[in-house]
Design a binder for this molecule. Structure first.
Ligand code: HEM
Length: 215
């Protein structure tokens, strides 16, 4: 069976460090924001852990950005400029996720190294990586040192405004993560996309002919 190299090593390293830090940031964030809801560690430990994880996330994001800026694979993050083509692709993918997949229909999109995201993934990952993650990191840095960045904080409207943006993006992540983990199970087998993010290789979808031979 042909195998396509979809996720280079830096992307895989970035992804799994990012996943672990995001989950830990999420729980320490809940402890900081909703005092009393989760008291796994002391408040002071939660603050320090959240700050350290935040800087790990930022350094890791630089790895991701640096890799893609130096690689032609950045084309995977280029936006589809033809709105009609984008719309048709997005509708097809939505129909597949909501109906076709339960009827064993073939997926409407085949990834390649330079075009590895279906229209729904492309839009989600662009918004996430190019807009939400940078805003979350920037607001996090400002909240980490309010005194040192007092002029920048004032420029953006004050502590409450910055904190609100930081918490709103945190809420979006709370919706994104379960959806992302579920969609990750919709490969040929539930483990397929997870294995791809570990090995880097995509296994081609089985053709009808191959399926017949395998029987
Ligand atoms: C436990 C948590 C997570 C799991 C199990 C997981 C799983 C996966 C899997 C299986 C893929 C490959 C299939 C695909 O492209 O959809 C993937 C890709 C991706 N994930 Fe996650 N993920 C997790 C957390 C996150 C988080 C927290 C973020 C961002 C904040 C994220 C962002 C991405 C991005 C941007 C890609 C595409 C990467 C690329 O090829 O450039 N993931 N994830």
């Amino acid at each position: 069976m042909a195998r396509i190299y979809l996720h280079p090593l830096p992307v895989r390293i970035w992804h799994w460090i990012n996943a672990v830090t995001c989950v830990l940031l999420f729980f320490t964030g809940i402890q900081l924001r909703y005092i009393g809801l989760i008291d796994v560690v002391s408040f002071q430990t939660a603050v320090i852990t959240h700050n350290v994880l935040g800087f790990i996330l930022i350094a890791n994001f630089c790895l991701w950005l640096g890799f893609y800026l130096c690689s032609p694979r950045i084309r995977a993050y280029h936006a589809e400029t033809n709105p009609v083509r984008y719309f048709i692709g997005a509708v097809r993918q939505t129909l597949y996720y909501s109906y076709g997949i339960f009827r064993d229909m073939p997926p409407p999109f085949r990834p390649t190294p330079y075009r590895k995201f279906n229209p729904l993934q492309a839009m989600t990952y662009q918004i996430l990586m190019i807009i939400l993650m940078p805003i979350q990191m920037l607001t996090g840095i400002l909240l980490w040192n309010l005194g040192g960045f007092s002029r920048t904080v004032a420029f953006f409207g004050g502590v409450r405004e910055i904190n609100t943006v930081h918490v709103l993006i945190f809420v979006l992540f709370a919706f994104y993560l379960p959806a992302h983990i579920y969609l990750g199970t919709l490969g040929r087998r539930p483990s397929t996309h997870y294995r791809e993010m570990l090995t880097g290789y995509e296994e081609e979808e089985e053709t009808e002919k191959e399926a017949e031979v395998a029987k």
